[in-house]
Design a protein around this ligand. Structure first.
Ligand SMILES: [Zn+2]
Length: 243
């Protein structure tokens, strides 16, 4: 039973019995893992209060071969990130990031994935309330793209032409990208401003204030392409911004 210590982010927490917790972690060196933290709910446990969603720490794990549930023996806190829970927009964004990793990330270790998740959570933690929705949307698009589901927004999926900044376009959900005005046939109608905002958010520009249209594009896209049949529950918590 090898013992390893690895940087880990808590993706999800479940109570197990009166005293223990079962956690889903993303670890830097061993990919996503399920672990049991025995006794973590006892008030005097050194793990008490540490194992909350979005927290990051150096986790000491007993890895059991050919088993899906490993044992957590220690968690040296690096960053708690509990403040993400104080604001609905930040909480929604952070929850979607973690749930996407939980549901669709490959089981192999991927340090870049780890860094993408952590930098997204930290960005949400540090941003102003006004920019939290933009940071959420841009970071979710970034993660979705990293996981292999990038939308096609730099050229029309039919003719390849770059979007004309003066023309409306359509977003063809099934094909996963923009259609120019000439090739438009079905899909959600987008104003020139919608197209510009979508391209900016997908490109990582967190200064955009996403409209209800942008959030609908994002959630529809994930539901259609990137959830592999799972219902990504936290998408329901991505709030529609006031306009
Ligand atoms: Zn076209």
């Amino acid at each position: 039973m090898p013992i390893v210590t690895t940087q880990s982010v808590v993706l999800q927490v479940h109570r197990y019995s009166d005293t223990s917790k079962i956690l889903r972690l993303l670890t830097r060196t061993h990919g996503p893992l399920s672990v049991i933290a025995r006794g973590a709910l006892r008030p005097k446990s050194r793990l008490s209060g540490l194992l909350e969603p979005f927290a990051e720490g150096n986790a000491t794990l007993y890895l059991k071969r050919n088993r899906d549930l490993h044992a957590l023996s220690d968690f040296e806190l690096i960053r708690e990130r509990q403040a993400l829970g104080l604001d609905l927009v930040r909480f929604g964004g952070a929850s979607v990031l973690c749930e996407l990793v939980l549901r669709i990330a490959p089981r192999e270790p991927d340090e870049l994935l780890y860094d993408t998740l952590v930098s997204g959570l930290d960005h949400l933690l540090q941003t102003s309330a006004e920019q939290a929705a933009g940071v959420s949307a841009a970071r979710i698009w970034q993660l979705v793209s990293f996981l292999g589901f990038a939308p096609s927004v730099d050229g029309c999926i039919e003719c390849g032409r770059a979007p004309d900044p003066d023309q409306p376009a359509r977003f063809d959900l099934e094909a996963g990208g923009l259609r120019c005005a000439r090739c438009a046939a079905g899909g959600r109608a987008l104003s020139p401003g919608d197209v510009a905002d979508l391209r900016a958010l997908v490109g990582g520009d967190t200064t955009v204030r996403p409209t209800a249209t942008q959030l609908a594009l994002l959630t529809d896209f994930i539901r259609y392409h990137a959830s592999e049949g799972y219902h990504i529950r936290s998408l329901d918590f991505l709030p529609t911004p006031a306009r």
